[in-house]
Design a protein around this ligand. Structure first.
Ligand code: 5GP
Ligand code: ZN
Length: 146
């Protein structure tokens, strides 16, 4: 296991350090997957990088990749074991997006038909506007990595 800085004020750092209780699903040198304490559905799992980074902007790309490897591994395990009709993979950044724990994490949430999560717009956008926004975002693309 790699040595990682622990922030005493961060519940996920304390889970990594073993000073707070958790229900682990997977651990490797870079990531940890454990059950969400307030699950939105049976099998709701969180995947985190062990070091403390607040959000997608701060987390280096290789660490995001390591998290995604674990997301895929655990997603397959959820499908094999719980077999929900759908599986949501969600991640939010910033209070305005609904983030409440400020240590980067990805949610894996088994999804069942007919339950709205409100992540989808209700109105189809204007295609010219979509072109404009896509071009705007492309103009801000940096070199890959981070
Ligand atoms: P966010 O809203 O930041 O995307 O998600 C934070 C998640 O962390 C929530 O789903 C919440 O239930 C979960 N959570 C908060 N505190 C704890 C804890 O102490 N242990 C575990 N396992 N999950 C927690
Ligand atoms: Zn932390």
């Amino acid at each position: 296991m790699t040595i990682t800085p622990v922030r005493d004020d961060c519940i996920f750092c304390r889970i990594v350090a073993g000073t707070a209780r958790s229900h682990p699903v997977w651990e490797d040198p870079d990531t940890l997957a454990f059950m969400d304490l307030a699950p939105l559905a049976t099998g709701h799992v969180l995947v985190i990088p062990k070091p403390h980074w607040e959000n997608v902007f701060e987390t280096p790309a290789p660490a995001l990749g390591a998290v995604m490897d674990t997301v895929k591994r655990v997603a397959h395990a959820i499908r094999t074991t719980i077999a929900p009709p759908g599986l949501g993979v969600y991640q939010v950044n910033g209070r305005a997006a609904g983030q409440t724990v400020f240590h980067y994490h990805v949610h894996l949430i088994p999804r069942h038909g007919g339950v709205s999560l409100d992540l989808h717009g209700r109105r189809r956008a204007d295609r010219d506007e979509l072109d404009r926004v896509a071009s705007l975002i492309r103009s801000g693309l940096d070199a890959p990595g981070g």
